[in-house]
Write a protein that binds this ligand. Sequence first.
Ligand code: NAD
Ligand code: DAU
Length: 350
Amino acid sequence: MKTIAITGGAGFIGSHVVRLFVNKYPDYKIVNIDALTYAGNLANLKDLEGAANYEFVKADIVNAEEMFQVFDKYQFDGVIHLAAESHVDRSISNPTEFVLTNVIGTVNLLNAAKKIWADNFENKLFYHVSTDEVYGSLGEEGMFTEETKYDPHSPYSASKASSDHFVRAYFDTYGLPTLISNCSNNYGSYQFPEKLIPLFINNIKKNLPLPVYGKGENIRDWLWVEDHARAIDEIFHKGALGSTYNIGGHNEWTNIDLIKVMCKILDEKLNRKTGTSEKLITYVKDRAGHDLRYAIDATKLQNELDWVPSLQFEEGLEKTIDWYLENEAWLENIISGDYQEYYEKQYEQR
Ligand code: NAD
Ligand code: DAU
């Protein structure tokens, strides 16, 4: 029996990782540590309520003492760290929040792990989940490899880059057994509707403007979230300690092409005349410091751990659109903010 901490498990990617681990490994106890910020939602894990090998702990990774107490209580064998402030636009308006959660929070977790493991690191593992944005922006050619020099541009990517450096520093300095993965843009169910794909699905459905930053020429490399969770599973169990793995879908789209495909699919699903939803496209002021292009070379992961994405993008996008159309109550609950009021009340009483 192993006890594994997954931080940020109530968020978008974290909820998929928790679900995969709880269902696939009945002999692991999975402890989901999440502060339930605006982005954390336990409705993302409703299907796991009552699972014998799952527990939720509401705690803030920025609070060092609280983290140590949680680690001391559960004596984790492994940590998969996803908790973060994750939205680039929010990092532009409030960078300090990103330093606290992404940098200080990560260092608190490293310290808590180092302390409870008391420098006896056998069969222990600290796995840090990071982003391709640490590598900066590509021109028309090339891809990010694990050797690409870090060159972050947004406060979000700078904070993630800093946290990656701390994880490597703990491996080099203290011998803490660590792993890092850097993944491209994820899409799929349970993504908070501030991010491009769920935001635009919701706006198309409601006939609201689709705010395209700049000319819509920026390129992102999209990966289905469940394929990211599968990659995390492979890396956690088979990755070479101290190393880094890039994860990506080989699936580059300009924003505007992607948005037009979404408009077309939704015209069909909502029984609208072809071209109706495209009329909602509205070009707005560009995001400050907007990275032009991300593209991941995931050859190392494929060669060493035999991982490849399972789903073609067209299929994944349609599945995702169907999920948001079918889960209107989940989306509306978030947009109205009802779920946050509920948490405030629920946890006040404890
Ligand atoms: P998300 O914003 O959907 O979820 C983040 C989760 O972390 C939420 O549940 C939130 O409540 C929790 N959290 C935030 N601050 C916390 C704190 N102080 N203490 C405890 N919990 C806290 O994020 P996501 O999109 O699921 O991303 C998860 C991780 O994966 C992040 O580390 C992100 O940098 C990384 N990542 C994301 C993408 C992507 O496309 N979304 C791609 C690559 C890497
Ligand atoms: O690359 C991985 C990263 O992908 C993750 O580390 C981040 O956590 C995640 O948020 C995501 O970052 P992006 O900034 O690429 O994702 P976002 O969905 O915010 O935007 C995708 C693209 O769409 C980007 O070029 C900006 C553009 N955009 C976004 C929004 C929200 C618009 O044109 N209009 C919008 O309203």
